[in-house]
Design a protein around this ligand. Structure first.
Ligand code: SF4
Length: 258
């Protein structure tokens, strides 16, 4: 399956093209037309095309832009709503920027919206979301009181596939701005895709979970994604161990408060 594949209103397959691809196609059609008409090649016309989708910006460029922006969560949400920076915008019903409190203890980060999130515009509302709420409640956390829940990409990847690296890179500026605005005490990262995306590692989730590290200076802890837990209950023990680390770290931060 081509991840960039889209369909028009008549169900015909469409594929977004780069400007140079369109120019090559136009030149070919010109030459073919000239040849069929009288066998001669005429001088090529000049064309100006634009890409159907933009190249993702580098994470570094987005970081550099961060301090210059007057920002708010509401402004960011509006910007996400209109974003067409990667091909995922062609499939979405709603964008899913995230939800929770403005000064959270914990920023929870998953990989991307699923079908329920795509239709509701809210993060983690399906079965995995309900399990996540129970996981957080077991260590006295919730999206209503002290957490903010977001994803590395804000639009649903088609057929629930993993987001592609270029889609994650295109969307990183939003997550990084959320981080700068929310200033959480800790990041709790759910699943392999989100953990690998943030830490730029190939390490499997089995190895990387439960290890305290940092992302942009914020303490980060990873664990299994709640969907993995729904598929395999034997992971429950490991997730509980990770939740206890999260709880203890937050308690230690509290006691270090002036
Ligand atoms: S996934 Fe992110 S970068 Fe891609 S269109 Fe949606 S908001 Fe924009």
């Amino acid at each position: 399956m081509n991840p960039y594949e889209t369909f028009d209103t008549k169900g015909r397959r469409q594929r977004p093209l780069k400007a140079e691809q369109k120019a090559s196609l136009a030149r070919f059609l010109d030459l073919a037309g000239d040849y069929l008409r009288d066998g001669y090649t005429y001088s090529q016309k000049a064309y100006t095309f634009t890409d159907d989708f933009r190249e993702p910006r580098s994470v570094e460029a987005d970081h550099a832009a961060l301090p210059l922006r007057a920002d708010s969560l509401e402004a960011l949400e509006a910007e996400i709503q209109h974003c067409r920076d990667c091909p995922l915008h062609t499939h979405r019903i709603k964008t899913v920027p995230g939800e929770g409190v403005a000064r959270p203890l914990v920023l929870v980060i998953g990989e991307g919206p699923g079908a329920d999130e795509d239709t509701s515009g809210r993060p983690f509302v399906g079965k995995a979301g309900q399990l996540l709420d129970r996981m957080l409640a077991s260590v006295d956390l919730s999206r209503e009181r002290n957490c903010f829940i977001a994803n590395v990409v804000k639009c649903r990847p088609p057929h629930n596939r993993d987001p592609l690296p270029e889609e994650i890179a295109a969307c990183a500026r939003f997550l990084n701005r959320q981080l700068a605005l929310l200033k959480p005490r800790m990041i709790f990262c759910l699943g392999r895709v989100a953990l690998q995306a943030l830490l730029h590692t190939d390490a499997g989730i089995g190895r990387a979970r439960g290890q305290l590290t940092t992302y942009q200076g914020f303490p980060l802890l990873g664990t299994y994604h709640p969907s993995a837990l729904l598929r395999d209950v034997s992971l429950k023990r490991a997730v509980w161990e990770d939740l206890k680390i999260l709880r203890d770290q937050l308690a230690a931060l509290d006691t270090r408060e002036p």
